[in-house]
Design a protein around this ligand. Sequence first.
Ligand SMILES: [Zn+2]
Length: 293
Amino acid sequence: MKDYVVRGTDKGGNFRFFASASKDIVQTASDHHHTSPVVTAALGRTMTAAAMMAQMLKNDNDRMSVTIKGDGPIGGVIVEANTKGDIKAYPYNANVDLPLNEKGKLDVSGAFGNAVMTIMKDMGLKEPYIGQTILVSGEIAEDFTYYFATSEQTPSAVALGVLIDVDHSIKQSGGFIIQVMPDASDDAIDLLEEKLNDFPSVTTLLEEGKTVEEIIEELLGEVTFWERKEIQFSCDCSLDQMERGLISIGEEDLTEILEEDRGAELTCHFCNKKYNFNEDDLQGLLDEVKNNK
Ligand SMILES: [Zn+2]
């Protein structure tokens, strides 16, 4: 079954929620970048959150990105997502090997180290929205909770999980974001908090065969699902984009590449697709730079 994000509200109108099944997008990212398990978990959790956040945007051409940069061995991750359900992502360092943390889990927090998370939302306005928070836990779900509380003033419960098999393939992946509506009743909030206190992890429930819809219903009771959006790992890189990248380095550097290397190979960070430029291609781009002076 294809990955997706569902969104909806509970019957009482106390909460809105987003939930995502994200096994395939995480598997594809892991395949593209040959990630070690802790990097797969870090990237997968961030991708799952971004997939849901992109569905909070209003317009067809809106897009958003999550950038986490830290002093830990992973260096950072970049995830981009749009309202159409396209997601792409890459880690700075794909191969990080750390001992398990004290809970016996992959040490995502240790992989990031001291880090900052930047959320950029491009909603077609003159300036994109940019929100920045420090990574408080490094386990990602708590960090999004912190981001929503501080940058968007929206109390939220965020759960994200990636379960990795012994052969490093993705066994389960998913998550949810539940947000408190402005006129939610205190009783409803207390009840949800109580339930969340000893609620199993998302991957435990997925592993039991539950869907993310069923997980939401366990937490919120009767709900209305407003929309279900399929999501996919999709990169929109193109030859044109790579050409513009080469042109942007300027006449001097381009001449140097042409004369010394007689060609260039550019690799897309997001999907690892390679673009090759031979001497003639580079000469053509150089002519273009000179003509546009
Ligand atoms: Zn690409």
